[in-house]
Design a protein around this ligand. Structure first.
Ligand SMILES: Cc1cc2nc3c(=O)[nH]c(=O)nc-3n(C[C@H](O)[C@H](O)[C@H](O)COP(=O)(O)OP(=O)(O)OC[C@H]3O[C@@H](n4cnc5c(N)ncnc54)[C@H](O)[C@@H]3O)c2cc1C
Ligand SMILES: *[C@@H]1O[C@H](CO)[C@@H](O)[C@H](O)[C@H]1NC(C)=O
Ligand SMILES: *[C@@H]1O[C@H](CO)[C@@H](O)[C@H](O)[C@H]1NC(C)=O
Ligand SMILES: *[C@@H]1O[C@H](CO)[C@@H](O)[C@H](O)[C@H]1NC(C)=O
Ligand SMILES: *[C@@H]1O[C@H](CO)[C@@H](O)[C@H](O)[C@H]1NC(C)=O
Ligand SMILES: *[C@@H]1O[C@H](CO)[C@@H](O)[C@H](O)[C@H]1NC(C)=O
Length: 657
């Protein structure tokens, strides 16, 4: 049987060396590697349909005994299973690099064919999202399609719908950029994965984890592709594309480990917008993120989840009651306070793509609340410069009090055309206009009393639900992505800076802004609400302000040399002064999810004092480094050999350091 397959595959290879799939009729005697388990209640909630389709010992046993698959069974067996003991797995553990396309160890075409059939034909060869702009192996250039791609490239939904696209092309290596004029340019796979798996059930995740572990192939997980550091992409990898797992269960009478009450169970591919909509339909409030296009159960919540309800409820990860996950040994397990509590602890803040693949998350929901949203602009066009500065300083003097009252803000400061502070939104949770006004009135009275004039007046709006307030603020923002003109970075600034070091901190803010550096500010005081014994960066618990900045957009970011200069400037001139006044030892840090990929002290600043504990948990749950993501816990053991790209990209082979 097996030899027949091999012959058939060779024929296909001769005809079409790239696409070896779509020939499932050759394998009609092989069934997908799945079994249906009953819809049991696990951690207080019914398994979702996708979670009832599993890979079990019995299925692996079947692969090992069926004539058509027995020869390949070792690729798919669980870690520590006595069904089949693989030799590849032993080889894999000692190799110094992950296996790469073209290597002699890279699986033969027939193995990919079998994998595809066992996955129910979910294996998808990569076709770079912008390939229609070029004449390539994937087809001829289409000017119409290319125009559509150029027009849609900043739209997150366009990238959600693609199996491998990530939203920050610099980290892919920019090997296939959408350009109408492609003279002198090419389109190659580059840092994109080799194949994606369009995941629609848990069995596929289990099978792929067993496969990459036994073949020593790099694994990546793509949910939305939002990661600012390129974690959801990687050359020569297999990518689990989680986007199509989109079930949402509202659980009004949830009773689970450590919590009873309103809850939602959300599959891995559900987005923040979809969660907010579902909460609204059911008359409840749920913590998510600021940006609606971010995925809910993946990188966001595993990384902590900074969100506009911080002032009353803390971080999004604080509200997780349970995760369903597939671990590096291929097993489908629950992580909760009572089931693998160490894994549960790490998955709430310890970072995506590191400890397990989440297939769903169950989170607390909260009652409907009142909200107020407001905005105003203070600048130096209606005020002299000193008055503008004094008004701005006053804002920094009062904002901790506002944060303590539950107010979350989002503002921009800049120096062009004139120095300004633009309060894009104040997002005020659990307040009426009356109670809100009481909190902020002293500030506006001070401006009046000192003849400081707002350029855009203070206006506010009351809402009777989170969703209404959200739609009036970030919900209407397009959050453009796909850009390649800057490198992101941020800093979590402790409250202490605005108490003990207020003058020094304000002096830095002033220098930063007046010298033309980028500053988005959020002020907030993430409340210690519940479940806060988790891996969320401890810096968040001290936070007074979250500052998002970037490399200097005026610098050239188009070449490796340019990127290297921009990166150096970001690290040394833009970030260093902030590190100096907000050291980790005094509560400062960095949000790993919107960070600079080249952060020198990332272990400390992304994970704080939890890093050693996270390393231990990772060692226990993934001793063979099945998971890797840049700047993830344990990633210092590996490096992506991308040549000289100016910043760390994912366009290269993953090797041990
Ligand atoms: C425009 C924009 C706005 C943002 N706003 C916010 C915000 O308001 N609040 C906030 O907290 N963050 C925000 N972020 C950061 C965001 O949370 C991170 O980029 C996050 O990693 C995105 O997760 P994802 O799953 O959507 O993206 P992906 O890029 O698909 O994945 C990111 C990481 O998570 C891992 N991952 C994905 N799915 C899973 C899974 N099922 N199991 C295990 N690991 C998984 C991946 O391996 C990867 O390492 C923003 C980002 C952008 C670009
Ligand atoms: C992209 O943009 C074009 C306009 O050029 C539009 O017609 C098209 O529907 C958009 N969407 C996709 C998925 O291409
Ligand atoms: C793209 O190129 C085509 C010719 O290849 C041209 O007709 C078209 O106008 C160009 N579009 C843009 C947006 O430059
Ligand atoms: C909302 O405010 C009321 C008082 O107005 C308070 O009793 C309640 O605890 C607050 N809720 C939250 C979640 O902070
Ligand atoms: C207030 O400021 C305006 C504009 O800067 C100025 O014209 C006016 O004289 C000031 N009034 C007082 C009372 O300082
Ligand atoms: C901060 O600056 C103000 C005004 O510039 C000054 O009055 C105050 O003494 C300073 N505080 C400290 C602690 O230096």
């Amino acid at each position: 049987m097996a030899s027949l397959h091999r012959v058939a595959t060779c024929l296909i290879l001769v005809l079409a060396p790239v696409a070896v799939f779509g020939q499932s009729s050759l394998y009609s005697d092989i069934e997908p590697a799945t079994t249906s388990v009953p819809v049991a209640s696990v951690a207080g909630a019914p398994l979702q349909e996708a979670e009832t389709i599993q890979l079990t010992d019995a299925v692996v046993e079947r692969l090992a005994t069926d004539e058509a698959t027995s020869e390949y069974a070792e690729y798919f067996t669980f870690e520590n299973s006595d069904v089949v003991s693989g030799t590849d797995a032993r080889r894999a553990a000692s190799a110094s690099c992950k296996s790469f396309p073209g290597d002699s160890a890279w699986p033969k075409a027939i193995v990919w064919d079998i994998l595809n059939v066992l996955l129910g034909e979910a294996l998808t060869p990569t076709k770079p999202i912008a390939s229609p702009c070029y004449d390539t192996q994937w087809g001829k250039r289409s000017t119409t399609e290319c125009t559509d791609i150029i027009n849609n490239f900043t739209n997150p939904l366009f990238h959600h719908a693609d199996s491998t696209s990530n939203m920050w092309p610099i980290f892919q290596g920019r090997t296939c950029m959408p350009n109408n004029d492609t003279t002198g340019r090419t389109c190659t796979v580059g840092g994109y994965p080799e194949f994606a798996i369009k995941v629609t059930n848990v069995a596929q995740v289990q099978l792929v984890i067993n496969f990459v572990r036994s073949t020593n192939i790099r694994l990546v997980i793509k949910n939305t592709g939002h990661c600012y550091l390129g974690k959801s992409t990687g050359a020569g990898s297999l990518s689990l594309w989680m986007h199509n797992l989109n079930k949402i269960d509202f659980l009004p009478d949830y009773k689970g480990p450590g919590y009873s009450g309103l809850a939602l169970k959300l599959a891995a591919g559900v987005t923040v917008r979809e969660v907010y909509e579902a909460a609204n339909r059911n008359g409840v409030t749920v913590l998510g993120a600021v940006s609606w296009s971010v995925g809910y159960a993946g990188g966001m919540i595993i990384g902590g989840g900074q969100n506009p309800l911080a002032g009353i409820y803390g971080m999004a990860a604080d509200h997780v009651v349970a995760f369903q996950v597939v671990t590096a040994d291929g097993r489908f397990v629950t992580a909760s306070e009572v089931s693998h509590p160490d894994l549960f602890w790490a998955l709430r803040g310890g970072g995506g793509g590191t400890f397990a693949v989440v297939t769903s998350v169950t989170v607390r929901a909260h009652p409907k609340l009142n909200f107020v949203t407001s905005k105003w602009v203070l600048d130096a066009s209606n005020n002299n410069f000193d008055a503008f500065l004094a008004g701005t300083k006053k804002f920094y003097d009062v904002f901790l009090g506002w944060a303590d009252a539950g107010i979350y803000s989002f503002f921009v400061m800049g120096n062009a055309p004139t120095p300004f502070l633009s309060m894009l939104f104040l997002f005020v949770a659990n307040h009426t206009e009356e109670s809100y006004t009481k909190v902020v009135k002293p500030f506006f009275d001070y401006l009046d009393a000192n003849n400081m004039t707002l350029t855009s007046p203070h206006t506010s709006l009351a809402h009777n639900s989170f969703y209404s307030a959200y739609q009036a603020t970030w919900g209407a923002n397009s959050f453009p992505i796909g850009l390649e003109n800057s490198l992101p970075a941020n800093r979590i600034i402790p409250r202490r800076n605005f108490q003990e070091n207020n003058n020094e901190t304000f002096a830095l803010i002033k220098d930063h802004v007046l010298s033309g550096k980028h500053l988005l500010g959020y002020h907030k005081a993430p409340k210690k609400y519940a479940n806060t014994n988790n891996a969320v960066n401890p810096a968040w618990r001290e936070c007074g302000m979250f500052m998002v900045t970037s490399s200097n957009k005026a610098l050239d970011h188009s070449t490796p040399e340019g990127l290297a200069v921009a990166k150096k400037d970001l690290q040394e001139n833009i970030l260093q002064p902030w590190r100096d006044i907000t050291p980790v030892s005094e509560g400062g840090g960095m949000y790993s999810n919107e960070a600079s990929v080249m952060e020198s002290d990332w272990q400390e600043s992304f994970y704080g004092g939890y890093y050693p504990k996270l390393i231990e948990i990772r060692k226990k749950w993934d001793p063979k480094d099945v998971f890797y993501a840049t700047t993830a816990v344990g990633s210092e053991r590996w490096v992506v050999q991308d040549g000289e790209q100016g910043v760390q990209t994912q366009n290269g082979r993953l090797c041990r350091v």
